[in-house]
Unconditional design. Structure first.
Length: 116
């Protein structure tokens, strides 16, 4: 195992480019891999919340008198975006201080992602 580098852990929070960097060049750094999993988990949570809203809004659009509820449910997506932004900053702070602390709500789930 390599020396724990907070720089690689912070880079893991840059979507796609940072993920590739950590996966290809800092793969032996356990701290960077931990934060890579956390970052990917955050993006998956954001995509999942948007897809859940899209499906719910599509289903509600077919029902009379409740189709406007789909637009109101978009507040859930806005909350998810706000949550991910706050959790992303929290993750970067944890990476800078070299702490493998899971992010709230998605942290324990994303720690089980099969990225080795």
């Amino acid at each position: 195992m390599e020396k724990k580098s907070p720089l690689s852990a912070v880079i893991a929070y840059i979507p796609i480019i940072g993920w590739l960097y950590v996966y290809l060049f800092a793969r032996r750094d356990e701290l960077a891999l931990f934060h890579l999993r956390q970052s990917i988990g955050l993006v998956m949570f954001l995509i999942g919340s948007f897809l859940a809203w899209a499906v719910a809004a599509w289903i509600l659009a077919w029902m009379p008198y409740v189709s406007a509820l789909g637009a109101a449910l978009f507040a859930f997506v806005i909350f998810a975006i706000f949550f991910v932004a706050v959790a992303w900053v929290l993750g970067i702070i944890n990476a800078l201080t070299s702490k493998p602390r899971p992010i709230p709500i998605v942290g324990k789930w994303s720690a089980r992602l099969p990225i080795r």
